[in-house]
Design a protein around this ligand. Structure first.
Ligand SMILES: Nc1ncnc2c1ncn2[C@@H]1O[C@H](COP(=O)(O)OP(=O)(O)OP(=O)(O)O)[C@@H](O)[C@H]1O
Length: 257
């Protein structure tokens, strides 16, 4: 018997006015595995994730989390799922008006799962997991380098020990070594938490490091999915062109049409 996918999309469709963005997306994300979603700019990667997060309502199709249809959930059931979901935004999206420790414990404080008195120590504990000193907790996000901000954003995303972690371009804007460090932290956190991750990335080295599985979206459909380790040698000309970053190939030919 096969395990129920953690996240399952079937024939998910979404148009904005006359512009069809998702044209029947089918995707299974295995529990406790990393899925990376690839695709050109504007291909619908973020819209797909926003549909799963409930930030955008698809026009039609099925989205299940743990085998349960999200559209049939009560607000309370949906909130429960969101409480167990972490999100690392592309730009970090830290709150500049709050010190790092409050950013890290934001969700725990908002959900009253921790007192303010305890939150500072808790933040120090989580910051240590992403390789940052406790003193960083007292700084403002504006005082941090880009790499440190990403680490803090990761600390915030994992603080509430999520079951599902969405990562939107976790290594964009980082130098290659810092990118590898962040990827290592993501993989460690996921192993420790037993979480399922869905990452959007344009960084193929990162995709191979954090992904067990990969899927490519093109023209609103998933045109390929398979092991992330095979990216560049999948045998699918579009995926391989994309993964190798080659100018010439089927995608370029379509752009020229
Ligand atoms: N709220 C919205 N209203 C109208 N159009 C939207 C909305 N959100 C997204 N779109 C459109 O949907 C398309 C897909 O956007 P999406 O953000 O999913 O792209 P993406 O694949 O994540 O791209 P990138 O790699 O550049 O971030 C784009 O053409 C975008 O303009």
């Amino acid at each position: 018997m096969t395990d129920t996918p953690k996240i399952r999309l079937r024939d998910v469709r979404k148009a904005f006015g006359s512009k069809v963005v998702l044209d029947g997306v089918d995707l299974d994300v295995r529990a406790r595995h990393g899925m990376v979603v690839l695709g050109g700019s504007g291909s619908g990667k973020s819209v797909t994730i926003k549909c799963v997060l409930g930030l955008i309502r698809p026009d039609s199709g099925l989205i299940e989390i743990d085998g349960r249809d999200v559209s049939a959930m009560t607000d309370r059931q949906r909130t429960e799922i969101m409480d167990r979901t972490g999100m690392l935004f592309q730009n970090g999206a830290l709150f500049d008006s709050l010190p790092v420790w409050e950013n890290v414990c934001f969700k725990l404080l908002a959900q009253k799962r921790i007192s303010r008195a305890k939150a500072r120590d808790k933040a120090a504990e989580i910051l240590a997991q992403v390789g940052l000193a406790p003193s960083v907790g007292d700084l403002s996000p504006a005082e941090l380098s880009g790499g440190m901000q990403k680490r803090v954003a990761l600390a915030r995303a994992i603080a509430a020990e999520p079951d599902i972690l969405f990562l939107d371009e976790p290594t964009t804007g980082l130098d290659p070594i810092m990118g590898a460090v962040i990827d290592g932290l993501i993989v460690d956190c996921v192993k420790r938490l037993g979480a399922t991750t869905v990452a959007i990335t344009h960084d193929m080295a990162s995709a191979r490091r954090i992904g067990d599985d990969a899927a490519m979206i093109h023209k609103g459909k998933i045109i390929w999915n398979g092991p992330a380790a095979t990216l560049g040698q999948t045998g699918n000309p579009m995926v391989d062109q994309f993964a190798r970053g080659e100018r010439e190939g089927p995608i370029q030919m379509e752009l020229r049409k």
